[in-house]
Design a protein. Structure first.
Length: 281
């Protein structure tokens, strides 16, 4: 999904293409995955506003995710913007026929509404949209989407929150985890795992212009990935908000590929576990 704020192949919209250039398909196939690629592109005849583009893309993502699930594939959504989560969650609801849980990895809470945002950035409202707090007339048009109860959403890695956004969050029942090791996984429902790549600490690389220090490490995430694999709950994965202009040496792109391999096939997890044992022995 090569869009950022409705603009194709600009800023974070260039991220999915860079991850492909760095070999995500080849890496998954080497890990014995069967890979099917689908690009989400708005029709040339369409000239919507930024919100119009965002919700049109969400609808297309919902259809592709639902189709992949029905064909017994694991959907991996490479997206410029986080708000495509509405489409990913909707597709998971439609494909599985049940209400998912959401684990949201991000440096930002994305819990603003049009009334509390100071930037107007639709991406900053993505989690609020998932809970039905805003844009309800638009999300109602996304195939399969139903607002989620706050308690079904957990945040990890959040450390950069606006003042009024923090108030929204504190008045909610959304769960916030400080560490990956604290995350509780429930196998009673499929999991939508949303990874904004700026959730990672800047020591792992810089994902975009919004990145801040203090995030999770590769090691912490891979330990969590192993637990997610064991739970067998993963229903859909999204890797979002990656701007190659900030990623010296393609470090974040390669991390994204390793995440996709680890979660879809388990490749790399055993090596990671051995390395961690070696560090502590």
């Amino acid at each position: 999904m090569p869009y950022d704020s409705g603009r194709r192949d600009e800023r974070m919209g260039r991220g999915p293409g860079r991850i492909f250039q760095c070999g995500i398909v080849e890496a998954l196939e080497r890990s014995h995955a069967i890979v099917r690629v689908s690009e989400v592109i708005l029709p040339d005849s369409q000239f919507p506003s930024e919100p119009g583009a965002a919700f049109a893309i969400q609808a297309l993502v919902a259809e592709r995710v639902a189709s992949a699930i029905r064909d017994e594939f694991l959907p991996i959504v490479l997206s410029g913007n986080c708000n495509t989560a509405i489409g990913s969650a909707a597709g998971l609801m439609a494909g599985k026929g049940v209400t998912p849980r959401v684990l949201w990895l991000d440096a930002h809470a994305d819990f603003n509404t049009p009334e509390t945002t100071t930037s107007g950035f639709i991406d900053g409202m993505a989690v609020a949209m998932l809970t039905g707090r805003c844009w309800m007339s638009m999300t109602a048009g996304i195939p399969g989407f139903k607002p989620l109860d706050d308690s079904r959403i957990s945040l990890l890695g959040v450390r950069d929150v606006d003042g009024r956004e923090l108030n929204n969050l504190e008045q909610s029942r959304v769960v916030r985890y400080r560490k990956a090791s604290e995350v509780v996984l429930d196998a009673d429902a499929p999991l939508y795992l949303h990874i904004d790549l700026d959730s990672f600490d800047t020591s792992e690389g810089t994902a975009n212009g919004y990145s801040v220090a203090g995030g999770i490490t590769r090691a912490d995430f891979m330990a969590l990935a192993g637990r997610i694999r064991e739970s067998k709950a993963l229903g859909a994965l999204a890797l979002t908000a990656y701007d190659p202009a900030f990623d010296e040496g393609n470090r974040i792109a390669r991390l994204a590929i390793d995440i996709a391999r680890a979660l879809s096939t388990g490749d790399g997890l055993a090596i990671h576990a051995r390395l961690q044992v070696g560090k502590t022995s």
